[in-house]
Design a protein around this ligand. Sequence first.
Ligand SMILES: [Zn+2]
Length: 455
Amino acid sequence: MGIGRSRALILGAFLLLAVVGLSRGQGGGEKPGSDSAIRHVQQERLWGTLQKLGEFGKNPEGGVSRVGFTEADLAGRAYVTGLMREAGLEVRVDPAGNIFGRRMGSANLPVLLFGSHIDSVPHGGNFDGDVGSLGAIEVIRSLNEQKVKTRHPLEVVVWTNEEGGRFYSGLVGSSAAAGILPANIAERRDDKGEKLSDWMSRMGGDVSRIKEAKITPGSVASYLELHIEQGAVMDEAKVPIGVVLGIVGISEQTCTASGFANHAGTTPMNRRKDALAAASRAVLAVREEVHADAGRQVGTVGWMKVEPGAANVIPGQVKFSVELRDLDAEKIKRIDTRILQRFESIGKDENVQISCTEPDFLAPALTAPAFREVISASAKEAGLNTVELPSGAGHDAQNVARFAPVGMIFVPSRGGISHSPLEYSSPEQVANGAEVLYRTILRLDAQLDASNTPH
Ligand SMILES: [Zn+2]
């Protein structure tokens, strides 16, 4: 999305270079064919930092409740900031509380940005966000050890409050970076009356200057995010590296079936306007229409509110949600149109009116095809199989895609479980992801702005 013609041309050039690079065995500086067993990142060290971060907001179930804008979040941020400084990064916190750690490059080039988040959902796990944030820091440590200099400056980022909950729906830091935070964000309070602005100050941010957190297009040459899959595709297929095609778009609307509430004992079956019977058929119609097309699109009716909601009254009104997700915005719209047509005919059949609000639409964010190639090549070079897949969950990368080309690397989640203390990826799976991140960054450093020689 939002990639202009010149950027598209540049991306095309990267793609070519990626192919050339692969045939020459570039990246990480090894000879082709002999380097698949080499690991630049240190698995034990990375695992150790993951365990340590898991102590901040630790909950009895074995996961963490490190919700953004809480004491646990502040403690976790202090820990990762310390790790960044130890790794020699120059640390700064922007007005939105995003933590950036910079490593100088040898040329005057835009930055290669990579990272994730460290806040969790309540009763969350130790891997969502943490793997990408600590994997990014591990890459820096490994580059330092191997005395690798890059042409581009490198920046590790830990985005503020990805999961949301207290003051905003989530992706707070990356929304500020993309310049799409609502204007009234400064006045937000939670149910206890605590102010977002106070928490932001405690994190080193400043809501009065939040506009300054906007990142100018062109200043970031690439953004990479390593993350757990949060689904079961890779675990079931036993594939260690996922190359993310993009983050799906979401259409969400509320529909109302309006019938007539009447006595459940005295109203004969043929005289009813049963809103729940109609809504129930509507739920099945959503599933049928989503199934009717080939592909990986999903559709869900997640809630339903029945009025008046008594055993002896025919339901007069039912409200329910319809949510559709896919990488292809047009496909979402097509399926939604068909769903609305089905609702109309169900309504006629049931003598009930079904109407829906205009959908709230969050556009899909595609990863840069050239970056997918580079990630695949890096994984192959490290002896790791890949699978291409969409991300059904939201990520900060979808906001970054508004101002820079993005790529995402997935590692498997055991049983596809996430947002739970049972969330788990093995030390080796996590290290595989960090290794691919390491190699991808070096390949991009060599390939992006290739005409701009070091000085
Ligand atoms: Zn996450």
